[in-house]
Design a protein around this ligand. Structure first.
Ligand SMILES: NC(=O)c1ccc[n+]([C@@H]2O[C@H](COP(=O)([O-])OP(=O)(O)OC[C@H]3O[C@@H](n4cnc5c(N)ncnc54)[C@H](O)[C@@H]3O)[C@@H](O)[C@H]2O)c1
Length: 371
């Protein structure tokens, strides 16, 4: 990161106390790595990594941060941890994040995603210092009526499956708590919510996600089964929404009028590709891999169809937009996993190099946070 020491995000986060919940998971581990590279003092609050292997363990992120293993459903433990950390920033990502698992474990999903979020908000109430908090929900918080337009932040909350509904409910809880307890722009704590979806990138080994399915199968020379090859998704690299969350936090420090506002972060509307296209592109970076269409025989619980986000609000207020096209997104993802399966000890420097490369691309595109 040395060539980029003047970038805005370094200035804002260097030396700051930043608490990240869900730091042992896919997105949280990348955020923790990024914040470490910006010189922040990072405190993580989560359960154990949800997968083995995990990005958190492989990149040895524990070496650069305080690692707290606390259940977000434990109200007093969450309050004590946040009050004792005295954070300048909080990013709340801890969640039960899988749609299929939410069908099997609805109560745990609602408790973690809704009560866990309320516990973080309650802990923020107990802070007697300025703090900016970004609460991560999901694009699935919207009532998906399967229309062709991108959802805007003012659209109706909802979702048919327990995961999506819990994320919509978390948004309602955030809104209610802000209106009830942090009602005005002079509040010491400023809070916003962030909605993104369908991220890919190195270090994800979660169940029932297409990229992890591919690399798990291909790393042991097996073919991957495609349950839904024709489904299209607005794929984006994990660093894209994370740059949105960092931008939103930076903006909140300057702009009290953004307190209480939700923001969408997604790729350009045209960046929709099918699962099959994604797998074909991934395959270009591996040797002799195979896949099989099992869509005729694959039965599974309902998962909503295409869900696009309208990101004009982030562009207008934060000057944020996604940086990478589909090809770079897939290339970076495939390169990370190839390095991991060949030389796992190098993965921490691959993660750092990809964060630097992404920041350089943003800088080239003139994005303020990277300058
Ligand atoms: N990955 C995606 O494509 C995606 C898309 C939209 C939204 N999101 C949201 O982004 C956030 C991070 O997603 P991810 O893919 O990194 O998830 P993940 O499953 O990889 O990680 C979840 C993290 O939350 C922690 N956690 C789970 N239950 C907990 C509990 N009861 N107490 C404390 N910690 C707990 C885990 O230990 C882990 O650190 C989640 O809020 C998720 O809903 C993810």
């Amino acid at each position: 990161m040395s060539a980029l020491v003047e970038e805005l995000s370094v200035k804002v986060f260097r030396g700051k106390r930043v608490l990240v919940t869900g730091h042992t998971g896919f997105k949280g581990s990348w955020l923790a790595a990024w914040l470490q590279s910006l010189g922040a003092k990072v405190v993580g609050l989560a359960l154990d990594p949800p997968t083995d292997p995990s990005h958190f363990a492989a990149a040895r992120l524990v070496d650069g941060m305080t690692d707290l293993r606390i259940d977000v459903r434990d109200q007093s433990a969450v309050r004590d941890a946040i009050v004792s950390a005295q954070p300048d920033f909080v990013f709340h990502l801890a969640a039960q994040s899988l749609v299929r698992r939410s069908y099997a474990e609805p109560i745990e999903t609602w408790q973690t995603n809704v009560l866990g979020t309320l516990n973080v908000l309650e802990a923020l109430r107990a802070l007697e210092k300025p703090c900016v908090a970004v609460i991560i929900t999901s694009d699935k918080c919207y009532d998906n009526v399967e229309w062709v337009w991108g959802y805007r932040e003012t659209d109706v909350m909802g979702g048919p499956d327990p995961y999506s509904a819990s994320k919509g409910a978390a948004e309602l809880a955030i809104r209610s708590h802000i209106k009830s307890y942090f009602p005005n722009a002079t509040s010491l704590v400023r809070i916003a919510s962030a909605r993104a979806g369908n991220v890919i990138g190195g270090g994800d080994w979660a169940a029932d996600r297409i990229v992890p399915d591919c690399v798990k199968a291909w790393s042991v020379n097996q073919e991957v089964e495609l349950r839904n090859p024709k489904a299209t998704r607005p794929w984006q690299h994990v660093l894209e929404p994370l740059s949105g969350y960092l931008n939103l936090a930076m903006a909140l420090t300057q702009r009290p009028d953004l307190h209480g506002e939700p923001f969408n972060f997604g790729p350009p509307a045209a960046q929709n590709h099918s699962v099959l296209e994604l797998v074909q592109r991934m395959a270009e970076h591996w040797n002799q891999v195979r896949w099989r269409d099992v869509s005729q025989s694959a039965a599974g619980p309902y998962e909503s169809g295409l869900l696009k986000l309208n990101c004009d609000k982030a562009l207008h207020h934060l000057h944020w937009h996604a940086v990478m096209g589909f090809e770079d997104t897939v290339r970076m993802t495939a390169e990370w996993y190839r390095t991991y399966y060949r030389s796992p000890m190098q993965i921490s420097s691959t993660t750092a190099a990809q964060i630097s490369a992404y920041t350089a691309m943003a800088k080239q595109q003139g994005l303020a946070w990277a300058r």
